[in-house]
Design a protein around this ligand. Structure first.
Ligand SMILES: Cc1cc2nc3c(=O)[nH]c(=O)nc-3n(C[C@H](O)[C@H](O)[C@H](O)COP(=O)(O)O)c2cc1C
Length: 210
């Protein structure tokens, strides 16, 4: 029995393109893997602590070998608890819209909170060592524009959405990464519908073997 964690990053819910595709994927996944468990993290409905000076003091206390104060221990307990589902899952599925060519700030906040030494990675003088190795990941990327080589916004240089997630997967040790893209969702209702249908079909096919 495997554990799948689904991280949802669009606040648009019923109208969201990325969530529509994720829901198609999860329904097909459930049908193909009935014994597996699925946990959902909606980054818009998560009580994320500010990653501010207090959190950084707690972070650097450990890095500097200083004992954490009770307040810092409480902050770190909350951060560890938020990272726990990522550590415990066998498979990770992210769905996210592109915002200003990158990822939504709320997903970045989540990633900044959970991406901590000894939780998702370690490092020493030899370099970084991701702690999420061995997991599978899928990212479902929705974007309003088109990112082909001949478009005004070619992926190279403009796509900091998939680029950032790919880097984060690599940083945390995840090498088995799949992706489904929906593009041109802002090119009118027909283009939006076509993008959703093609991506749903791709996601459903992927779910059977994920
Ligand atoms: C705040 C914001 C910024 C956006 N920035 C971009 C962008 O830089 N490039 C792009 O192609 N689409 C951009 N879009 C469009 C969305 O990526 C697109 O509508 C996507 O399909 C939304 O996915 P969702 O329906 O799952 O939220 C932006 C949308 C919003 C709300």
């Amino acid at each position: 029995m495997a554990k799948l964690l689904y991280v949802e990053a669009s606040p648009r819910k019923q109208r969201s393109a990325s969530i529509e595709v994720a829901r198609a994927f999860l329904a097909a996944y459930r049908a193909a893997h009935p014994a597996d468990t699925i946990e959902t993290v909606d980054v818009w409905n998560l009580d994320l602590p500010a990653f501010d000076g207090h959190a950084l003091d707690a972070k650097y206390a450990a890095l500097n070998g200083v004992e954490r104060t009770p307040e810092q221990q409480a902050i770190w307990a909350r951060i560890s608890e938020l990272a726990r589902p990522l550590r415990e899952a066998d498979k990770l599925v992210f769905s996210l819209p592109m915002w200003n060519f990158g990822i939504p700030y709320r997903l970045k906040h989540y990633i900044d909170v959970v991406s901590q030494k000894d939780l998702l990675f370690t490092f020493d003088e030899k370099g970084l060592n991701g702690l999420l190795g061995g997991k599978k990941a899928l990212a479902i990327y929705a974007r309003g524009a088109e990112f082909g080589a001949d478009s005004q916004t070619p992926a190279a240089g403009w796509d900091l959405q998939a680029g950032y997630m790919d880097l984060w997967f690599r940083f945390t040790g995840i090498t088995d990464v799949s992706a489904v893209y929906l593009e041109k969702t802002l090119y009118g209702p027909d283009a939006d519908r076509a993008a959703r249908e093609a991506a749903c079909a791709e996601a459903v096919a992927l779910a059977r073997t994920f």
